[in-house]
Ligand binder design. Structure first.
Ligand code: NAD
Length: 391
């Protein structure tokens, strides 16, 4: 059945003072395809109600817990109840919440890292397959038009065979024991019971891993990792450096850090091929640099016709004319846009448009969890190379 209305979204997480839930709320409504109608926004039921009020939601659809939300939404007639839920809680909650909503028949958009450990990731993959529901993962950096262009250039063979990939995600905000000051985002990220086995490598190393595989289409097969806890008393890595080997023989370097003072969100990638190379920076996302052996550096600029001509996916992910910058919110909106089109097709029993299927899925989430596991194993091992764990 085709639906001729906005998709109805529910949210778990994103209570007062939370970071990413609000980004999801703003980005999901950017294209007028989605409306937030329900939520269990906070671990504290009172704060969840407070958030619902702040968002002018129907008080009957602001819930104290996510389980209450599932039961109450299921009791509503189809068409009124939510079409999907977005999970924006700390990592330890992703799996139980995603699992229970999938089992109840809802589509799910989930934050990264997808789960708390590999077992949960594998279970979730099986469940997505069994239920046939749409599952999206918020690896938002793949939502940038110039990342899509980079992917299309690399995959069309414009770079030639890829030889080397350098990817980095340095931040500096955890250079001191911020978690001891009661800082909400620092507290759970440095707690192994909420964050998982890795700190920095799980939080932002997984973005770097995902970006490198998305752009090149290659898979990491082996790695050699060195993890460090620099801040005294911290229990999870706050800095990590990895050497990588990819399935075509390409070599790579991935580093992520939360103690690199002065760095904000300096995610960047360099891809070196036999013929050309690419360079992209998240902090200047409207530009993609293409370099040749004997020629000036090309600067491909978002919003121009030549970008859309080379990469229809980049064209589709662009809203403003060139020179009016688009960035973080728009990249989230692009993931939502493709996810929403896929959910609509799913509800209508149709095959989604090929371009709409370009959003991170459960398989990407499993790769991320395998990456974390392999990095942790390698950091403990005395061997130089650790094979990438099997899915
Ligand atoms: P946060 O601490 O700012 O917010 C977490 C929110 O979840 C809080 O409101 C908290 O009360 C709520 N919560 C916790 N458990 C809950 C439960 N069981 N039910 C309902 N609400 C619950 O955290 P954050 O920085 O927004 O991070 C949240 C998630 O988003 C993490 O998994 C993180 O890795 C991810 N994240 C992704 C990006 C990205 O770029 N894709 C950026 C930041 C965070």
């Amino acid at each position: 059945m085709k639906i001729n209305r906005k998709l109805k979204m529910g949210m778990v997480g994103g209570g007062p003072g939370a970071f990413i839930g609000e980004v999801h709320r703003k980005a999901s409504r950017m294209d007028g395809q989605i409306e937030l109608v329900a939520g269990a926004f906070d671990i504290d039921p009172e704060k969840s109600k407070q958030m619902g009020k702040q968002l002018y939601l129907d008080p009957k659809r602001t819930y104290g817990t996510y389980k209450e939300m599932i039961d109450a939404e299921l009791s509503l007639p189809e068409g009124e109840r939510i079409d999907f839920v977005s999970v924006t809680t700390p990592n330890n909650w992703h799996f139980p919440i995603a699992r229970d909503f999938l089992k109840a028949g809802f589509n799910v958009m989930c934050e990264k890292p997808m789960t708390f450990n590999v077992k949960e990731a594998k279970d979730l993959q099986k469940l997505v397959k069994k239920t046939g529901k749409v599952f999206g993962l918020m690896h938002n950096y793949t939502g940038y038009p110039m990342v899509k262009l980079a992917r299309d250039l690399a995959r069309a063979g414009d770079l030639g065979e890829i030889r080397k990939i350098v990817v980095q995600y340095p931040q500096g905000w955890l250079a001191t024991a911020l978690e001891k000051t009661g800082h909400m985002q620092a507290s759970w990220r440095t707690d192994p019971k909420q964050s998982g086995g890795a700190g920095c490598m799980g939080d932002i190393g997984t973005h770097a891993e995902n970006l490198s595989e998305y752009i090149t289409g290659l898979k990491i097969t082996q790695l050699c990792a060195d993890l460090t806890i620099f801040v005294k008393g911290r229990r999870l890595d706050d800095d990590g450096n990895c050497l990588l080997r990819f399935n075509n023989g390409a070599r790579g370097i991935l580093h992520a850090s939360q103690i690199s003072i002065g760095e904000e969100n300096n995610l960047a990638i360099w891809v070196y091929g036999e013929k050309k190379s690419l360079e992209w920076h998240q902090e200047h996302p409207n530009y993609l640099y293409v370099k040749e052996p004997d020629g000036p550096v090309q600067v491909w600029r978002r919003g121009n016709g030549y970008v859309a001509a080379k990469s229809p996916a980049a064209g589709r992910a662009t809203r403003l004319p060139s020179g009016h910058p688009e960035a973080f919110f728009e990249a989230f909106a692009n993931i939502y846009c493709n996810f929403a089109d896929t959910v609509r097709a799913h509800i209508a029993g149709e095959t989604p448009d090929e371009l709409a299927l370009d959003f991170p899925k459960v398989e990407d989430g499993l790769r991320g969890m395998l990456f974390i596991d392999t990095v942790l194993a390698s950091a403990k091992s005395k061997q130089k190379w650790t094979p990438f764990k099997k899915g």
